[in-house]
Design a protein around this ligand. Structure first.
Ligand code: ADP
Length: 409
């Protein structure tokens, strides 16, 4: 049984003849379909893919030639092979000239089985080869189309990269024109201006409450709380700046990292609450002490935690958790890891994270992480980032316990 069988349509009005053709062609192993009339043959042709039509020229209603003419009208069957079986000896092919468009042949009666098989085999093989060629062509076309799409995607990606680089270059040109200090000044002014404006607004509201006829204590308390919060915020900006500008050596002392973290996380709680986020601290009860500049390390943690909180702006509230883990990873190093469940880092963000002034936030300054890295490196540690498997990012830094102590002495 061959796998690539083709359909051969046998058309004759005499069932006995059909059976004879069937017997002769049976051993070819092709699929034989019988039709008793031209009409029936047409039905088959419309339904199935036919490789060869074997047709009796002499049939009562629709004779073989008429049927062939109809078959040829159909675009799909322009090339279908037709073998006429004729009782009249066709000395030349004149009678079938009209159908020369495709493969045409004839066999005279009495049918020579060998000859008929040979003819049908030639056309069936031709059909198979044409089919294979068409498939090959389609495959080639598909592969060309795929490759073209790939190349187009590649070109689009390169274009995007070029645009990004241009954007980055523009930004850097701007920064160099403005000067790093100018850019910093603009950012700081913005950071401090925000809480100051809020303080002014709440102070005015408090005055209105106090000078009014009645004073709602509850409302006054809310206004004072807000003022206090904004003062703390402004204080933090200043604190952060001091942390980044003070000399790194000389201010170091031996501390327990757990205490340092609990203190700084209390400050971060305010931000966390405002963003419906929880902060979870996990530490080992007996960690070796480290020798660090407390203000600087607190600033690093604060930065990482704030970035983590902001990264979860689109995370469902129940999942908004920042995990802060401290662990001793080997004899000489402690590791602090801050994980969030945000969207993680795209390759582009990841490549530029530590570049000064790189930010994706509308209000961002883009200096936090670059400064964090200089602080950690100055302490002899390393800062690292990786995407979490369940989504989100983990920023972690190491602090050498021994090296820290040496730096202190
Ligand atoms: P800023 O916060 O002012 O943008 P940073 O240097 O702290 O400056 O961060 C730079 C950029 O790194 C951010 O704008 C943000 O795109 C990305 N980033 C930082 N932390 C995270 C985080 N936890 N998840 C996703 N992206 C982050």
């Amino acid at each position: 049984m061959r796998e690539d069988k083709v359909n051969i349509l046998l058309v004759d009005d005499q069932p006995a003849k059909l059976l004879t053709y069937e017997a002769i062609l049976g051993e070819l192993g092709e699929n034989l379909i019988k039709a008793n009339s031209g009409e029936e043959a047409l039905e088959h042709l419309l339904r199935t893919d036919i490789a060869v039509v074997l047709v009796d020229v002499c049939m009562p209603k629709l004779d073989g030639f008429e049927l062939a003419a109809l078959i040829r009208q159909h675009p799909r069957y322009q090339d279908t092979a037709i073998i006429f079986i004729s009782a009249v000896h066709l000395t030349n092919l004149d009678q079938i000239k009209g159908y020369k468009a495709g493969a045409v042949d004839y066999v005279s009666v009495p049918v020579d089985p060998e000859l008929l098989r040979a003819r049908v085999t030639i056309f069936a093989d031709l059909y198979r080869k044409t089919g294979a060629l068409e498939r090959l062509n389609r495959d080639l076309e598909r592969r060309v189309a795929e490759r073209t799409a790939e190349l187009q995607a590649d070109i689009a990606e390169r274009k995007r990269t070029a645009e990004r680089l241009l954007e980055q270059e523009k930004r850097l040109t701007y920064v160099s024109r403005l000067g790093v200090l100018g850019e910093l000044a603009a950012g700081i002014a913005h950071e401090i201006n925000q809480p100051l404006t809020a303080i002014a607004t709440y102070a005015q509201a408090s005055r209105r409450l106090l000078t009014g006829t009645t004073c709602d204590k509850e409302e006054l308390l809310i206004a004072f709380n807000k003022i206090e919060r904004q003062v703390l915020r402004a204080g933090e900006v200043i604190r952060g700046l001091r942390a980044f500008t003070r000399p790194t050596e000389g201010n170091r002392r031996r501390v327990n990292l757990r205490d340092l973290l609990s203190e700084v996380l209390q400050l971060a709680q305010m931000d966390a609450r405002a963003h419906d986020t929880r902060i979870k601290l996990t530490t080992h009860p007996r960690l070796p002490q480290v020798t660090v500049d407390v203000i600087q390390i607190q600033q690093v943690v604060l930065n990482l935690v704030r970035n983590a909180i902001e990264a979860m702006a689109c995370t469902p509230v129940v999942k908004r958790i920042v995990n802060v883990d401290v662990a001793q990873i080997n004899e000489n190093d402690l590791r602090v890891a801050v994980s969030d469940r945000g969207e993680g880092l795209t390759p582009e963000v990841r490549d530029n994270l530590f570049t000064p002034f790189f930010t994706t936030k509308a209000q961002g300054m883009g200096i936090g992480l670059s400064l964090c890295r200089s602080i950690i490196n100055a302490h002899g540690g390393q800062i690292q980032v990786e995407n979490r498997t369940g989504g989100g990012a983990t920023f972690s830094f190491t602090l050498p316990t021994a090296a820290g102590e040496r730096a202190d002495t």
